[in-house]
Design a protein around this ligand. Structure first.
Ligand code: PXP
Length: 259
């Protein structure tokens, strides 16, 4: 399957570490999962080193830096601690995400508009790491404009609202304030706006094997970061198969979009 015919897939291995941390064992190792993901065709490995270290540990990122053959994308909050860590580890890419201690998972995009000055200084320091810089934002034109102003290379559009509205998610029994078609159109428009100002467009959060199809059909989205659904499927069918099936879904979605 030719890579140009589908968006790139970043496999987020955080929840392999969640399973390990649940028992304080040394297995399963997210480093092993990352290797399997790459063997199955993943284009990138993504990890979120959270302030509370609930899943990924510093050691994981350090070892992944040595073993990842594709591209290592470190998701982190814009804190001084993480800045020092990124400068030491030098990942290929850094994605800044908002972080709240009490949240189950990342709940919303980064408010770039509300902290342009602070983020500008932070990104300037982070540039020393040599990493591509990405901001995880809601699919809003003003957040995209502010991100472009800060000179980052990539914006990752938060697909959470779309996923909550999508009928095929695990949230389907929960009433949703979001309408699927509206949220999809919002993502499509955001991708267009970001592309117009020269940003590479990525997307992620809450995507599964079904709801990803319509988003993969948006031709301007070049990259996806997907974790929970892949790790969940991997626990039943194996990691390589789970990754290969997501790659297949991205391929199918993109073909529909072009057809
Ligand atoms: N992208 C970003 C920026 C994230 O914070 C996360 C969750 O850690 C993901 C993608 C992956 O989300 P999910 O695990 O729901 O696929």
């Amino acid at each position: 399957m030719s890579v140009e015919k589908r968006p790139r897939l970043g496999v987020n291995v955080d929840h392999i570490a969640t399973l390990r941390q649940a028992r304080g064992t040394i297995y399963p190792d997210p480093v092993a999962a990352a290797s399997l993901a790459e063997l199955a065709g993943a284009d990138q490995i993504t990890v979120h080193l959270r302030e509370d270290r609930r899943h990924i540990q510093d050691r994981d990122v350090l070892v992944l830096r040595e073993t990842v053959e594709t591209r290592l994308n470190l998701e982190m909050a814009a804190t001084e601690e993480m800045l020092a860590f990124a400068l030491e580890v030098r990942p290929d890419m850094v994605t800044l995400v908002p972080e709240k201690r009490e949240e189950q998972t990342t709940e919303g995009g980064l408010d770039v508009v509300g902290q342009v000055e602070r983020l500008g200084e932070y990104l300037e320091a982070l540039r020393e790491s040599g990493a591509y810089l990405s901001l995880f934002i809601d699919p809003e034109p003003e957040q995209i404009a502010a991100s472009a102003e800060l000179g980052v290379e990539i914006v990752e559009l938060h697909t959470g609202d779309y996923c909550e509205a999508a009928p095929a998610t695990t949230n389907k029994l929960r009433p949703s304030e979001f309408d699927r078609a509206t949220e999809l159109a919002r993502l499509e428009e955001a991708a267009r706006v970001a592309h117009t100002v020269g940003l590479t467009v990525a997307a992620g959060h809450g995507l599964d094997y079904k709801n990803v199809l319509d988003v993969a059909a948006i031709p301007l989205i070049e990259e996806f970061n997907i974790g929970h659904s892949i790790v969940s499927r991997a626990s039943l069918v194996g990691f390589e198969r789970a990754v290969a099936e997501m790659i297949e879904a991205l391929y199918l979605g993109r073909q529909w979009g072009e057809g």
